[in-house]
Design a binder for this molecule. Structure first.
Ligand SMILES: Cc1cc2nc3c(=O)[nH]c(=O)nc-3n(C[C@H](O)[C@H](O)[C@H](O)COP(=O)(O)O)c2cc1C
Length: 243
């Protein structure tokens, strides 16, 4: 019974990219953060902190920064084969990603990389751990995922807006985030205008191996190439039409 309720929330959560402007219920922000704080973190470092932004002027400044970020993303995206470009950029510099601007709340997830020193030191230099900042990002991603699931459990929509280093320092200045911290993600939250159809996932039998890696399931370079090509088609429905 517990698994049924859990998997229903996990399966039905969708990235929502267009929102109704109306408010979300009192207490919803606290409930989402209450869930996120229980995320796993290396050494229980818990580097995360959350800034709930409702002020329309501040929200607009965040949207403007993301629009600027999209221009940098497009500069890189345009250098690759057209059919392989991310779906959000299929028509050129995207207007799709900024469609989240009507969300009544933006939860800006930031964190303190210094806290990651709570974990074993070896994670800071072993290549397969990706270095100290990778460890920070893993912790942050865990909390972000749980926050999204909590939003879904409350009947709310949310999306994951990546924040890259081209605009992150200015977003930090806007929100008075101390220099030692890093902004990880912006999560707009609100009621969805519509819920997209379920997105594609690889089947359990394709990704689950028993005892050792089943070479029959190995994907060649061509398989990966074709996988990404098919993904692009499948993702189209998830992105709002450009305006
Ligand atoms: C690390 C990461 C970065 C992402 N960045 C963005 C983003 O910048 N903009 C966006 O619209 N969605 C972003 N997403 C959401 C994915 O596109 C989405 O989860 C995926 O297409 C599956 O769709 P679903 O969430 O509706 O199941 C991101 C997700 C992750 C985990």
């Amino acid at each position: 019974m517990q698994y049924d309720g859990f998997i229903e929330i996990v399966r039905n959560r969708r990235s929502i990219r267009k929102f109704k402007p109306g408010p979300i219920p009192d207490g919803a922000i606290e409930k989402m953060v209450e869930a996120a704080r229980w995320a796993m973190s290396g050494g229980n470092a818990q580097p995360w902190e959350f800034i709930a932004v409702k002020n329309p002027d501040t929200q607009q400044k965040i949207v403007d920064l993301i629009i600027e970020q999209d221009k940098y993303t497009w500069d890189i995206e345009r250098t690759r084969e057209k059919d392989l470009r991310h779906t959000a950029f299929r028509g050129g510099h995207s207007s799709a990603i900024e469609s989240f601007q009507d969300a009544p709340v933006f939860i800006v997830i930031c964190g303190d990389p210094r806290a990651v020193q709570a974990s074993v030191l070896i994670t800071h230099f072993l290549p397969n751990e990706g270095g100290p900042f990778a460890h920070f990002l893993k912790n942050m991603a865990n909390a972000t995922q749980i926050l999204h699931l909590a939003a879904a459990s409350l009947g709310l929509g949310s999306m994951w807006v990546s924040v890259n280093s081209t605009v992150e320092p200015r977003m930090k200045a806007l929100l008075d985030v101390p220099v030692e911290l890093a902004i990880h993600t912006v999560v707009p939250v609100g009621y969805p205008i519509s819920v997209p159809a379920p997105t594609y996932r690889r089947e359990v039998k394709e990704i689950l191996h028993y005892e050792k890696y089943d070479r029959a399931k190995y994907r060649s370079g061509d398989d990966i190439y074709n996988f990404i090509l098919r993904l692009r088609g499948r993702m189209t429905a998830a992105y709002p039409e450009e305006t």
